[in-house]
Design a binder for this molecule. Structure first.
Ligand code: SF4
Length: 337
């Protein structure tokens, strides 16, 4: 998957807990003038994606337009059309925290669905009842696929968020999806009751064999559970997640091992070969999609891969020698191994 940040602004952190988000204004390093990517920038990116084989292959799997809140980009429909010339599989991720159907943001989503783009959402409990739920009902009348992200602060929070989805799908006739969600809810509820302060490994073990997708008729549903993290004053992710503060939350870097299954294109064009929501701050970028020529991007991939491999070897050493959390000179996050 190729994940592209198309917009840095977001309405969420003005409302509640999203002060640890990478686009939270005090933490972002982007000037306001660069908050929207433009159709011209999107075209530059699209032209290069086609020419760089690794990026093109990822794009054919899926291009995910995200941010920030992608619907705040006033050019998003044109940008969507540009990326649709690269791949048939372009989707857009939104917070769906939209007040009314006359909002330009909602109109942009309708236009994208009209173009056969898939809309995915992150669930936000404080916006669920009034903003997200009514619009999600409308989305599901138009599209037959949906991926929902749940970002959770604690196991109790996770249980409560899944319950919102259980109640939502109880309204319809998607039995298989409801069954999946009830399975999720049952497992998390069990942890909340019997092992409320468990380590991450216990949680992972509990959820290990549960599916992330389900299908009812021709409707395909996916769910993605993501622990939340605090950020430091430089916008860098903490070593441990909020729900599992006793466990270092490590990332296994597949790029260092020569394989790329995800690439994130940040607002400024910087490429990170993993699923970066902007808080990883991995220094050895795989080049810049806006600035670099296709040939130099390819060359940069190998240079950065070697640098990352060197950094993760040092990280492993640090983790084994009570030096967890120290940043190494290669500039890769201390939790990457
Ligand atoms: S070192 Fe970490 S942040 Fe950098 S590419 Fe690898 S997994 Fe991603």
């Amino acid at each position: 998957m190729l994940s592209i940040f198309v917009e840095a602004s977001c309405n969420r952190y003005e409302r509640d807990e999203c002060v640890y988000c990478h686009v939270y204004e005090p933490l972002t390093s982007l000037p306001k003038s660069d908050w929207h990517i433009t159709p011209q920038q999107a075209q530059i990116m699209a032209d290069k994606i086609i020419k760089v084989e690794v990026l093109n292959q990822l794009a054919q799997q899926e291009i995910n337009l995200t941010g920030g809140e992608a619907t705040f980009n006033p050019f998003i429909v044109d940008i969507f059309k540009i990326f649709q010339t690269v791949s048939p599989n372009v989707c857009l991720h939104t917070n769906l925290d939209i007040n009314s159907e006359i909002s330009p943001r909602w109109q942009r989503l309708l236009a994208i669905m009209e173009l056969k783009g898939r809309i995915d959402i992150t669930l936000y409990p404080v916006a669920w009842e009034k903003q997200q739920k009514p619009l999600l009902r409308k989305i599901l009348k138009i599209q037959n696929k949906l991926l929902i992200n749940i970002v959770f602060d604690s196991l109790v929070d996770l249980k409560n968020q899944i319950q919102l989805l259980v109640e939502f799908f109880e309204e319809g006739d998607t039995l298989e999806i409801l069954t999946l969600l009830k399975d999720y809810h049952g497992r998390v509820a069990d942890l909340v009751e019997h092992q409320p302060g468990c380590e991450e490994a216990v949680y992972t073990n509990k959820m290990e064999d549960i599916g992330t997708f389900s299908q009812s008729g021709d409707f395909v549903f996916g769910i993605n559970l993501l622990p939340s993290f605090k950020m430091d004053d430089r916008g860098r992710r903490a070593l441990t997640s909020n729900p599992f503060p006793k466990s270092n939350y490590l990332l296994e870097c597949v790029a260092a091992r020569g394989s790329i299954d995800t690439m994130t294109v940040q607002q400024n064009g910087a490429l990170t070969p993993c699923c970066d929501v902007g808080n990883l701050k991995c220094l050895p970028t795989f080049g810049n999609l806006l600035q670099d020529a296709p040939e130099s991007l390819m060359a940069q991939f190998e240079v950065s891969r070697r640098k990352i491999a060197s950094g993760i070897a040092k990280n492993r050493h640090n983790l084994e020698n009570q030096r967890a959390g120290e940043w190494v000179e290669e500039g890769i996050p201390p939790y990457c191994t």
